[in-house]
Every structure is written in structure tokens, then in C-alpha cells.
Design a protein around this ligand. Structure first.
Ligand SMILES: NC(=O)C[C@H](N)C(=O)O
Length: 492
């Protein structure tokens, strides 16, 4: 049986029915990683021993009739930004090259509790800063659909391992598009939930007012089933929402008659939007219409300020969050031998300049500048004010529609190296994704077929805060209508 062609939910059903054991499934995917990952570089760590030991435990529980969840026994890949006490957590950085967390992220603990089997840790842009997984200390990840192209970022390992069939499910994080853009580039589904929906305890912090954990998978049911396990309040994360978690799978079958869909004019008509991506959005629009939805034209007037706003807010928060890596508390340390002046200062300066890569240093400098006395009002404070206007645009839009439709990215996966010497170009690729993070609302990326050149295309849907059930429902109906089929790339 080709297990990579099953969804995570289907695999979970087979494991629960004891048609296949969790050990067999886990071994199958570990073997695929061994065979394929030299070409993709999706994983930075593979935990074969711990995965097999866990799968035996789950098989034993199943044989005594205990089924922890519909995904019990199903392997999962974890982005290396999530702390795991049984595996290293490098965050794609030399700074954390040897870091072994003493604790496990709540999101991961929830999955373990539900019987999922972590296969290993996936590659990412350093500290989640980037859109191509090229800034990783562990080297770039390749897109299984075209090995000379990026799988997206920062959760590029998370999307690439799905596209190559090396895992049935993976967990990423999204600060400005890091789940949705890689999902779009690799032809899989990705969900960024509402800010605070999933605990961030144990998620290495990048920009704390924007970061959110999110699942990537081949099907919408898989996203719903995994969100069910991930979502919920956590007293160890003060930003986690104390709101009831609905039954996401129960909502999936709801018909779309009467649904109001707003097509984001500024996104659809943006000059940077590729013609084939635009066509994909229009096909999505037609599909929703055929499913009984009413299509409306919606405007988000402050769209053009979203990238500059994000690239002030995110680096400002990053400059604070990353100040903890000083060579003293933990992480990489470079000795101050032969330094003039203060040995402590020299040690900190050397540790930070050698432990961080160029993009991380760029963001620390940008953020430090934006927050500095004299510039704070002009940059950081202004960005917060514009952020409010952007959030208000969405609120206004949701006054007349239930979900918003648009593209995920301006174009399909770009070439490796293409944007590396032009950070501003790299930032501009985030134009359609950062709005959801600035507004704190959920958004989903869905596959939408392939370009003529054979690259995955995608569409994006947004919903109001805590509207995940409706968002997944709409996405599921689109999937059921065969707008896309889950697909695995054959590596050449
Ligand atoms: N972290 C993210 O969500 C990706 C975004 N491109 C950034 O570099 O900040």
C-alpha cells in the first residue's frame, strides 16, 4: 500500500481499524525520508528511535482498545521552531545549533497526548525570518515539484516533506505567511489560525504579536482534525484564547448556499499578480458561485501599507525577543580571547555576530532602529497606527461578507537564489499574507492546480477572528467539488 497517497485522517482510520500498525506506518515514512531527503533537505533531524518507540506504545494502547484520537498512531513532522525535549531545536540557526530544550511545546504535547508520532524536525528560515528556507544554517530546502525552486518559507521543510510524501501531516508556524506561502508553493493545504487559538508555549518567539502555530496537510479534513487537537487555552501562554473549541469536523459538510464571499479587489488587481495565479483565483470564485455562494467585490484600502507595516512591527518585536541570545544564558558562545576592553561585551558581540546569519542581523538592526528614541514615533508607533487601519479594513469587509477570497502569493515558487541578494523583493512576496497576521484573523491556503510550467498554484481564504469552523467548511466544500486533488511529487 502506498501510504503517502492516504490523507492523515485515512491513515488514522486504518491504524484504528488495525489494518496497519502505527509501527508499520512510521517505518514506511522514515524509510521514505531516508531515501528521498538527500535531494530535498526537508528535515534537520530525524528521530527514528524515539518515533518507533512511540509507535509501539500507541500500537499497544490500540490493542487494548484505547484510541487517543482519530489521528492516533499517525506520523507528523514538526517545524524546528517548536521545542521538543526528546529532539534538538535549532530554529535554523547556528545560535541554537546544539540546543536541546528541557521542555516540550504545548502544541507538540497535545499531539503526543493524542497519539501522534513525531518523525523529526523540519527545516526553516533562520528564526522563521524569510520566505524561501534559504536562510537556514542547515542549508536550503528544495521544492519537490522543481528542485531548483524554493519550497517557500519559513516553513519550507514542513511543506516540502508533505509534497514529497515523507510525512502525512506537518506542523509549522506563521508570522507573516510562513505556513500559507510554503503550502501554496508545494501544492498542499495550510492553515494560519486566529491569533491565540493555539498555544505558543514552547514556540521559539520571533514576533510575539503575530506568531501562530498552524498545520499543513494534503486535505482540509486533516487540517480540521489536527486543529482540533492543537487548539485550546493554555495557562502557560498568556496570549492563548480562553474560548471554547468547536467541533471542526462536524461543520465540514455544511452546504454553502447563502455564503457571502468577498473577492479582495486590491489583491486580485495588484500589478505584481501573475496571470496564472489570477486565473486560479477566478476559478475559485466560479467554483464558490457554483456551490451556491454570492460573490461580492470587497476592498481593503490599506493593502499597500501591509508589507511596510509588517516589516516594522515584526523586526521591532524580533529585536527584543532575540536579545536573549547573548552567549551567556544559552545558545552559541564565542570566546573573547585577545579582545580589547570588556571581555563580557566582546564575548556577547562575537557570539551574536557569529551565531546569527545575515537576515536575522538585518532584522535586529531594522527593529532596533525603529524602536530607538527619536525614531520610535516616526516608525514603530506609526506602524502600530497603520496596523489598526489594516485590521479595521478587514472588520469592515466582514460586515458584509463571511469569507474573503484572494491569492496567497504574487507568483508560483520562485527560483533558489533568486531573491537572496534583494531583501526588499523577498519582503514584497508577502504582500497577500501579512494582512491576516496584522489583523489576527485566520486564513487558509488551498491548492488550485498547476501552472503551465508544472508549478503548484493556490488560493487563499480569510475569515473573521475565531471563524476557523466556517473557513474549514468552505475549504472542504471546495475540495469536495474537486477543485484540487491531493498530489505527491515524483522526484526525478
Ligand atoms: N515568518 C513568516 O511568517 C515569513 C515572513 N516572510 C517573514 O520573513 O517574516
Amino acid at each position: 500500500m502506498k501510504l503517502e497517497l492516504l490523507s492523515a485522517v485515512e491513515l488514522g482510520r486504518k491504524i484504528a481499524a488495525r489494518e496497519i500498525s502505527s509501527r508499520e506506518a512510521t517505518t514506511y515514512f522514515l524509510d521514505r525520508v531516508d531515501f528521498l531527503d538527500a535531494r530535498v533537505n526537508a528535515f534537520v533531524h530525524v528521530g527514528r528511535e524515539s518515533a518507533l518507540a512511540l509507535s509501539d506504545q500507541v500500537d499497544q494502547a490500540l490493542s487494548s482498545g484505547q484510541v487517543a484520537s482519530p489521528l492516533a498512531g499517525v506520523p507528523v513532522a514538526l517545524k524546528d521552531v517548536l521545542c521538543t525535549d526528546s529532539m534538538p531545536t535549532t530554529c535554523g540557526s547556528r545560535m541554537l545549533e546544539k540546543f536541546q530544550p528541557p521542555y516540550t511545546a504545548t502544541s507538540v504535547a497535545n499531539l503526543l497526548q493524542a497519539g501522534l508520532i513525531p518523525l523529526g524536525k523540519t527545516n526553516m528560515d533562520e528564526f522563521a525570518m524569510g520566505g524561501s528556507t534559504e536562510t537556514s544554517f542547515s542549508g536550503a530546502t528544495r521544492n519537490p515539484w522543481s528542485l531548483e525552486r524554493t519550497p517557500g518559507g519559513s516553513s519550507g521543510g514542513a511543506s516540502a516533506c508533505l509534497a514529497a510524501g515523507m510525512a502525512p501531516l506537518s506542523i509549522g508556524s506563521d508570522t507573516g505567511g510562513s505556513v500559507r506561502q510554503p503550502a501554496a508553493f508545494c501544492g498542499v493545504c495550510g492553515l494560519k489560525p486566529t491569533y491565540g487559538r493555539i498555544s505558543r508555549y514552547g514556540l521559539v518567539a520571533f514576533a510575539s504579536s503575530l506568531d501562530q502555530v498552524g498545520p499543513l496537510a494534503h486535505t482540509v479534513e486533516d487540517l480540521a482534525a489536527s486543529l482540533q487537537l492543537l487548539a485550546g487555552h493554555d495557562s502557560r501562554d498568556s496570549t492563548s484564547l480562553n474560548e471554547a473549541v468547536p467541533d471542526y469536523s462536524a461543520e465540514l459538510e455544511r452546504p454553502l448556499a447563502g455564503l457571502r464571499v468577498g473577492v479582495i479587489r486590491e489583491h486580485l488587481e495588484h500589478p505584481s499578480l501573475d496571470a496564472e495565479v489570477r486565473q486560479a483565483v477566478l476559478r475559485g470564485q466560479q467554483m464558490l458561485k457554483d456551490l451556491g455562494a454570492t460573490i461580492l467585490d470587497v476592498t481593503l484600502p490599506h493593502t499597500e501599507y501591509s508589507v511596510p507595516t509588517y516589516y516594522l512591527v515584526a523586526p521591532s518585536e524580533a529585536s527584543g525577543n532575540l536579545s536573549r541570545y547573548d552567549g551567556v544564558h544559552y545558545g552559541f558562545r564565542e570566546k573573547a580571547e585577545n579582545a580589547e576592553g570588556s571581555q563580557l561585551e566582546a564575548m556577547i558581540a562575537r557570539s551574536r555576530s557569529q551565531g546569527f546569519g545575515a537576515e536575522v542581523k538585518r532584522r535586529i538592526m531594522l527593529g532596533t532602529f525603529a524602536l530607538s528614541a527619536g525614531y520610535y514615533d516616526a516608525y514603530y508607533k506609526k506602524a502600530l497606527q497603520v496596523r489598526r487601519l489594516i485590521a479595521d479594513d478587514y472588520r469592515q469587509a466582514f460586515g458584509s461578507v463571511d469569507v474573503l477570497l484572494g491569492p496567497v502569493t504574487p507568483r508560483p515558487a520562485f527560483g533558489l537564489g533568486e531573491n537572496m541578494s534583494d531583501p526588499v523583493q523577498m519582503y514584497l512576496e508577502d504582500l497577500f499574507t501579512v494582512g491576516a497576521n496584522l489583523a489576527g484573523i485566520p486564513a487558509i491556503s488551498l491548492p488550485a492546480g498547476f501552472s503551465e510550467g508544472g508549478l503548484p498554484l493556490a488560493i487563499q481564504l480569510h475569515a473573521p477572528a475565531l471563524g476557523e469552523a466556517r473557513l474549514l467548511n468552505v475549504a472542504y466544500q471546495i475540495q469536495q467539488a474537486r477543485f484540487f486533488e491531493p498530489k505527491i511529487a515524483e522526484l526525478s
